[in-house]
Design a protein around this ligand. Structure first.
Ligand code: CA
Ligand code: CA
Length: 178
C-alpha cells in the first residue's frame, strides 16, 4: 500500500471518530455519537439504555484518551490518533475491543429497540445496524455493505461479538483495498 492510500484510510477512520468534524477527537464526539443514535432510534437519554449508551461512550472516550492523548490535553489530534490509536492498537487489538465493547453493547441494545420481555437484546437486525452506521456518518453504500459484512454468521442479526470483532479490525488493521 502506498503512503497516499494509507493516509486516506487513516483519514476515514479519524473522521469516523471526529463526529463534529472540528479536527480533533474529544469527549464531545463520543457524546454526539450517543445522542445521534438515541435520536435515530427514538430512545431517551434518561432510560436505562440511554444511560448505558452514554456510560459506554464515556468509557470509550476514556480508553481512547488513555491510549492516544499523549499530551493529556483531553483532545486526540490526527497525529496522536495515528501515533497512538493506530500503532498501539495494532499491536494490541484486544485492548481496543475492550474499550469499545460497552459502547457497542449499548448501541446494539438501542438499535434493537425495546424488548417486550424486558431482556437486553444481544443482537440487532442488520437493517438497524445499517441505520446506526448511517446516522454516525457512513455513506449510504458503505453503511449497507458494512452492515451486511458484520453479520458473519449470516443469521440476519449482528451480535455484540460480531460488532466488537469487526470494529476492532476496522480501526486496527489498515490494509490495502481488496
Ligand atoms: Ca471532534
Ligand atoms: Ca492530545
Amino acid at each position: 500500500m502506498d503512503s497516499a492510500e494509507y493516509e486516506r484510510k487513516i483519514a476515514h477512520r479519524f473522521a469516523a471518530f471526529d463526529q463534529d468534524g472540528n479536527g480533533y477527537i474529544d469527549r464531545a464526539d463520543f457524546n454526539a455519537a450517543a445522542a445521534r443514535l438515541l435520536t435515530e432510534f427514538g430512545t431517551t437519554a434518561r432510560c436505562d439504555r440511554g444511560q448505558s449508551l452514554y456510560t459506554g461512550a464515556e468509557a470509550f472516550w476514556q480508553g481512547m484518551a488513555g491510549i492516544a492523548d499523549v499530551d493529556g490535553d483531553q483532545r486526540v489530534t490526527r497525529e496522536e490518533f495515528i501515533g497512538g490509536a493506530v500503532k498501539r492498537l495494532r499491536d494490541n487489538p484486544d485492548r481496543f475491543a475492550e474499550i469499545a465493547r460497552p459502547f457497542l453493547r449499548a448501541a446494539i441494545a438501542v438499535a434493537a429497540g425495546a424488548d417486550p420481555e424486558g431482556a437486553e437484546p444481544a443482537s440487532a437486525p442488520v437493517a438497524a445496524v445499517e441505520r446506526a452506521l448511517r446516522v454516525l456518518g457512513a455513506a449510504d453504500d458503505i453503511a449497507s455493505v458494512a452492515a451486511r459484512s458484520l453479520d458473519t454468521d449470516k443469521d440476519g442479526r449482528i451480535a455484540e461479538a460480531e460488532a466488537v470483532a469487526a470494529f476492532s479490525a476496522y480501526f486496527t488493521v489498515i490494509e490495502p483495498d481488496a
